[in-house]
Design a protein around this ligand. Structure first.
Ligand code: AGP
Length: 617
């Protein structure tokens, strides 16, 4: 998904825009561009590639102005070329536009506009909006933007400037995140896709809702709600609440690590601690989740919980299913959000639906939660980004407090999600009869997790040595049982995302029903074999792989000796309760994927074709 940033104020816009774009690049890095109003006209600079490539171009061919808009792209329509880079303009170059989202009826609009004589210079869907604004323009940019929105279907967060207005930016939101930054010690107003782009300058944030248009000037903003959701197109200025962000800038820096991903992996002891802060009630042996208070009666009446999400968040939901069912004896179903939203799901009374999302903006998860609410289910969110759309649209929720996660491959947000699900499971279980003593021992185990993760991080050198042996692999299999099966999926996803090695995760026993055909001396197989009810079964699966010449890496709890002679590599991890072992077991898999990717020279923080927040379908 693309990243948008805009600035209007007394300062020089270009360095501020480039800096903001750099902070948004994890959202998409196919091309970059900006437009500034020099006072006499709109100047555009854009290129295929990274923000630093754009910065180079601006050194060679500078532009200047006190107001500007900028964009970093994740291509949906049209290849990552300079022509398809934003900003895009109308025929006369009088309107410049940057857009995040997808215009679903772009083909029909393009045909109509071409018939009216409009000439298109890109293959993008976004460019139609610039021409629609041109069509509607009668001297007032915001009115023209609003008129254009009445003809557009799809999702958008956009910012536009007109050659006629040197110190005005008009922005609009429908379905893609957009927020305003209000200058603290200066006359300045910002627009951005997320807070990381403006945090250096202000913590005063205004979140735009769907179908809102805002006019930005140095002295502030005026926000209009088009009221489309009330079935009419109006023009109603609305007061907007200013939220104060408590994240500090240091949180979005690398802090001396070579990559954000490695920094975030090493943050996880603190992350789990922060996710549980103020929520563990050791004496009562339960958890307090104030953000769910409003949903308490529904939780107590719940007969079924549906957890939904995408990617890593879906894996967290799978671990949550094991924890909630085992602890609270409450049936849980886990749904891919992209499937759930279109399959007319059965939402019987007593069904609660939880949307899990790091960004809180993932289009499929947002739509799944909206669909559940439309079908009458009470909804809650397990979300990391404060003030994000899923957080604001669900009736109640749990913030995971993992802090900003910049690396595209999610790591710390995952452990915070699973820790939050464990707290939820404990809270519900204690309200449904789980004994105080059992609750207390679960609280003690939760409380011990940060130290255990610290122990795993201390074995990084060993894991790097294992990575060195497998960095040239072209396939990997990950196998686990019970709550470690989702960790097999997550380990495989991490490796796929950042090293581009094909990898699959499977329930260990599922292997002999097909995947075992893949096993030979070139197939590394990672097993999770913590001591426990199915340990001996996993040992059998390991034997099956070794019998076919597979190379085995095994995660074991405690000091294992005899297994060491049977497998290629042993990665010892500290033991905890079986339901919480996934939080410990995922860390060595994150490190293994990270070091293999680094050894293969991959751009770990900006893996190809990916984006951190997927705001389109
Ligand atoms: C995970 O590393 C990926 N970045 C991706 O699968 C991600 O988990 C998915 O897009 C969901 O994102 P969300 O948690 O922000 O909703």
């Amino acid at each position: 998904m693309c990243g948008i940033v805009g600035y209007v104020g007394a300062g020089e816009a270009v360095p501020l825009l480039l800096n903001g774009l750099g902070r948004l690049e994890y959202r998409g890095y196919d091309s970059a561009g900006l437009a500034v109003h020099s006072g006499s006209g709109l100047d555009l600079r854009k290129c295929a590639g990274r923000v630093e490539d754009l910065a180079q171009r601006l050194v060679a061919n500078p532009v200047a102005g006190k107001a500007g808009i900028a964009h970093t792209r994740w291509a949906t329509h049209g290849a990552p070329t300079r022509a398809n880079a934003h900003p895009l303009t109308d025929c006369r170059g009088e309107v410049a536009l940057v857009h995040n989202g997808v215009i679903e009826n772009c083909d029909a609009l393009r045909t109509k506009l071409s018939k009216l004589g409009h000439r298109f210079t890109s293959e993008t869907d976004s460019e139609v909006v610039a021409h629609l604004i041109e069509e509607a323009f009668e001297g007032n940019l915001e009115r023209a933007v609003a008129a254009a929105l009445t003809r557009v279907e799809g999702t958008l967060g956009l910012a536009a400037m007109s050659v006629h207005d040197p110190a005005r930016i008009v922005v609009a939101r429908r379905g893609a995140p957009l927020l305003l930054g209000i200058g603290e010690n200066e006359e300045a107003t910002w627009v951005a896709s997320d807070v990381a782009a403006v945090l250096e300058h202000t913590r005063n944030i205004v979140y735009l809702e769907d179908d809102e248009v805002a006019i930005l000037t140095p002295s502030g903003h005026e926000t209009i709600n088009l009221g489309r959701d009330r079935g009419r197109v109006g023009w109603e200025p609305v007061p907007k609440e200013v939220s104060r962000i408590d994240w500090d800038l240091a949180k979005i820096e690398k802090a001396g690590y070579p990559h954000f991903m490695l920094r975030e992996i090493h943050e996880q002891p603190h992350t789990v601690r922060d996710a549980m802060r103020g929520r563990l009630l050791a004496e009562e042996g339960t958890a307090r989740l104030g953000g769910l208070d409003e949903l308490r009666p529904d939780i107590d009446r719940a007969e079924r919980i549906v957890l939904t999400g995408c990617g890593t968040s879906w894996h967290a939901a799978l671990v949550g299913e094991y924890i909630l069912e085992a602890l609270a004896r409450l049936p849980v179903e886990v749904e891919y959000a992209s499937e759930f939203r279109y399959r007319d799901p059965i939402i019987a009374p007593g069904t609660l639906v939880g949307g899990i999302s790091q960004s809180g903006e993932t289009a499929d998860t947002l739509a799944a939660v909206r669909e559940a609410a439309r079908l009458g289910a009470p909804t809650f969110g397990i979300v990391n980004v404060v003030g994000s759309t899923i957080a604001r649209e669900t009736r109640a929720g749990i913030y995971t407090h993992a802090g900003p996660e910049i690396g595209v491959a999610s790591t710390k947000a995952f452990v915070a999600q699973v820790a939050s699900l464990a707290l939820l499971g404990l809270m519900i279980a204690r309200r449904r009869g789980l004994g105080r003593e059992e609750g207390r021992s679960f609280v003690r185990a939760l409380d011990g997790l940060p130290a255990l993760i610290g122990e795993v991080l201390a074995t990084e050198d060993h894991i790097r040595r294992v990575a060195e042996e497998f960095a040239d692999a072209s396939n990997f299999l990950y196998l686990g049982r019970g709550p470690n099966f989702p960790i097999a999926l997550e380990g495989a996803l991490k490796l796929k995302e950042i090293s581009y090695i094909h990898a699959e995760g499977y329930p260990a026993a599922e292997m002999k029903h097909g995947p075992i055909a893949l096993i030979d001396e070139n197939m590394p197989v990672v097993f999770m074999a913590p001591r426990g009810a199915v340990y001996s079964k996993v040992l059998l699966n390991i034997e099956e792989v070794k019998a076919r010449g597979g190379r085995v890496i095994v995660l074991v709890t405690g000091r294992e000796t005899d297994l060491g002679r049977k497998v290629d590599h042993v990665i010892p991890v500290p033991a905890t309760l079986p339901l919480l072992q996934p939080i410990v077991n995922v860390v060595p898999l994150q490190l293994l994927a990270y070091h293999i990717a680094v050894l293969r020279g991959c751009d770990v923080d900006r893996p190809r074709n990916l984006a951190k927040t997927v705001t389109v379908e």
